[in-house]
Design a binder for this molecule. Structure first.
Ligand code: TXA
Ligand code: MG
Length: 340
């Protein structure tokens, strides 16, 4: 079975896609759907059998919970048993948008969504298709990224077709993802916001929003950065291209050439992804440029990595990134992609 692909770039096409997708979702099916971060594999979050299909399609381990996508504050509250004050502050600052809040779950949310745990990750996405289809369905959508387990997340419909086109009835094409890496995941069950997965909403922005939401001035000091790891999915190998990926810095082409030689990396079988020190000479046949700006870099990164894999290169050499907070989410993904 080849997936039906529906476009969304006119109001009429968007309305048709929402209608068709809602039909599939109401009958317990799974669709490939655009969000502003990465494409998702979506199903009715309140239907355990539908969610089980997501795990099966992805080959996802049962211990890894799935984010629930909502389109209103009421829907978010229906999924939780307690609504922390921090959720108000962060939700009103960043929703709809690339932020997932981990909160105590309600009994509306089936075990399979939370991997049996006491919390649920909730996100109100920005993408007009997701907002429209969730409203049309009237139930929230469980949706992990639309890739096979441990593979690279898709940021356009073609990426979804390549990995899962043969096993989905419907893929909605919502264009290139505007954010480009997965949402920032924040646990708000404790005293301080705890970042479980960094993303394009930075730690600085999160702390500012929490501080602004506090009634008494001066009480919103930065949270302690304990390294507690409570996001089960963070333990898995993640965000992996097929090629070996290394992150390196270099001064000039000669330096890059020496570096690659000393590490046994063949320039003819490698892609170089550069943003400031761009090798211009003919010694490196595959050089990709990516903007030297965190938001634009995030938007472009996965598509470049997918392209490297399509080219079948053995190694991807990514120029190292600034250490500033806006780059934290991107550094995290590249660190994971380079750890095997
Ligand atoms: O941007 C995104 O978040 C995308 C789009 C589709 O919304 N979704 C996404 O889902 O990246 P996924 O399943 O690929 O990654 C979700 C991450 C995993 O690391 C998972 O362990 C964590 O969020 N997570 C989900 N629910 C959680 C919970 N209740 N407690 C802790 N971590 C949770
Ligand atoms: Mg994922």
């Amino acid at each position: 079975m080849a997936a039906e692909i529906l476009q969304t770039h006119t109001p009429a096409l968007l309305a048709t896609a929402i209608e068709r997708a809602a039909d599939v979702l109401r009958s317990g099916g799974v669709i490939g759907a655009p969000t502003e971060t990465v494409y998702g594999l979506a199903a009715n979050a309140f239907d355990p059998e539908a969610v089980a299909r997501i795990y099966a399609l992805k080959g996802r381990p049962a211990h890894n919970p799935i984010i629930v996508h909502v389109a209103s504050a009421e829907m978010a509250r229906a999924c939780t048993s307690r609504w922390p004050a921090m959720a108000d502050a962060l939700g009103s600052a960043f929703w709809p948008g690339p932020l997932t809040l981990v909160m105590p779950r309600s009994n509306r949310v089936p075990d399979i969504v939370t991997a049996g745990g006491p919390t649920v990750g909730i996100r109100w996405p920005q993408h007009p298709f997701m907002q429209g289809v969730i409203r049309a369905c009237g139930f929230p959508l469980a949706a992990p990224s639309a890739n096979l387990a441990n593979r690279l997340s898709p940021t356009n419909a073609a990426h979804v077709v390549a990995q899962l086109g043969g096993s989905l009835p419907l893929i909605v094409d919502g264009g290139n993802c505007n954010v480009g890496i997965e949402s920032t995941v924040v646990d708000v069950t404790g005293t301080f916001p705890l970042i479980l997965r960094p993303g394009m909403i930075t730690e600085t922005a999160l702390h500012a929003a929490v501080a602004a939401g506090k009634p008494e001035p001066g009480s919103g000091q930065a949270a302690p950065r304990d390294g507690i790891l409570r996001s089960p999915g963070q333990l898995d190998r993640h965000y992996l291209p097929q090629a070996r990926l290394v992150v390196r810095s270099w001064q000039d082409e000669t330096g890059l050439e020496r570096l690659m030689e000393s590490e046994g990396i063949d320039p003819d079988r490698s892609c170089i992804i550069a943003h400031t020190r761009i090798p211009m000479g003919g010694r490196f046949p595959h050089v990709m440029l990516i903007p030297d700006d965190a938001e634009a870099f995030a938007r472009a990164l996965y598509a470049e990595l997918h392209r490297c894999d399509e080219m079948g290169v053995a190694c991807i050499v990514v120029e190292s990134l600034p250490e500033t907070p806006v780059w934290a989410g991107i550094r995290d993904r590249l660190r994971r992609a380079s750890t095997r």
